[in-house]
Design a binder for this molecule. Structure first.
Ligand code: HSE
Length: 323
């Protein structure tokens, strides 16, 4: 029925919103998940790494469910799959782990049956599953994306992240469900707050497009979601306000949180000062954290063409993962 008996993909993490671009802006990051998929006589999962502990290893696994959506859409039947997965993307922390799983599963399943579905179709499907296009768009296309969704179709423009951006992420030692972080948001906003966000989100996209990093601090301000979510993440309000004074271009809650993200110019001299400020602020709030320097990832989901080169799944990802 189809040629490729084994498919492997690598899919990047992502940060959504970048402050004002709620459910609109996304940026891929150089932290990844990998999936191997093949047809099998019986469904089996091999889940590797600390990030996947507790994930179901049966047909209730999101990867399996999403793969079946691809097969249904393409009109083919592949009821049993053998799936291996390894991920460095922390779960439920605001770094797009569910979006990466969805995009990885869509891309792997599509490649397994000879890629009948276009990227645009995969983007539509991913957005319907995730309910917003920001993280899935970034994981699918890489770079920085500005996206819209009408409930059925998603569209986006991808910007190249350029050479100068880095991100220092502060990952708190607790999980925050997206549903909880969305539950605290009001249903309506004042015209003033709408204008505040539209103007800054537009400025941010223009600044990133032309590489004008000077306006980023102002352009990353937001009144639509972060003020309401600040109560869920101790230290967040101070970090968003003060990080630009310690060497950040600007700072935001990463997606629905609880991770905080400072955008930094790679040439910045005060990186150690910024690290110290972030660490001490979270320490004062008694929140254990992990900090990581990440880079924007220009490449979206990558389908390996040499999946049958003889290397095992885990051998293939060594060197790129934290394995
Ligand atoms: N834009 C979404 C939110 C991202 O902020 O709720 C969540 O993954």
């Amino acid at each position: 029925m189809f040629d490729s008996p084994v498919v492997r993909v690598r899919v990047p993490a992502s940060t959504a919103n970048l402050g004002p671009g709620f459910d609109t802006l996304g940026m891929a990051l150089n932290l990844y998940a990998w999936i191997e998929m093949k047809q099998s006589d019986e469904t089996r999962f091999h889940l590797y790494g600390d990030q996947l502990k507790g994930i179901p290893g049966d047909k209730f696994n999101l990867i399996y469910e999403v793969a079946q959506m691809v097969f249904n859409e393409a009109g083919v039947s592949v009821p049993e799959l053998e799936v291996s997965m390894y991920s460095d993307i922390p779960l439920t922390r605001g770094l797009g782990s569910s979006a990466s799983a969805i995009v990885g599963a869509l891309a792997a399943a599509n490649a397994l049956i000879g890629s009948p579905l276009s990227d645009a179709k995969l983007f539509d499907m991913a957005t319907v599953i995730e309910k917003h296009p920001d993280n899935v768009g970034a994981s699918l296309y890489g770079g920085i994306i500005t996206a819209v969704w009408d409930g059925v179709h998603a569209q986006c423009i991808r910007l190249d992240p350029g050479d100068h951006l880095e991100a220092l992420v502060v990952i708190p030692g607790f999980e925050l469900a997206t549903s909880k972080a969305r539950g605290v948001l009001p249903a309506e906003f004042s015209l003033q707050d709408a204008v505040y966000n539209i103007s800054r989100s537009s400025l941010l996209v223009a600044a990133l497009a032309v590489g004008n990093l000077e306006v980023i601090a102002e352009a990353m301000k937001d009144r639509i979601h972060q003020p309401y979510r600040a109560a869920l993440v101790p230290g967040m309000a101070e970090i968003l306000k003060e990080a630009p004074r310690h060497g950040a271009l600007g700072a935001a809650l990463s997606g629905a949180g609880p991770t905080l993200l400072a955008l930094v110019d790679r040439r910045e001299q005060r990186k150690a000062e910024l690290e110290r400020f972030l660490k001490e602020t979270m320490q004062r709030e008694s929140v254990p954290i992990r900090m990581m320097w990440l880079k924007p990832e220009a490449q979206g989901v990558k389908v390996y063409t040499d999946a049958e080169s003889g290397r095992s799944f885990l051998d293939m990802i060594k060197g790129e993962s934290v394995l």
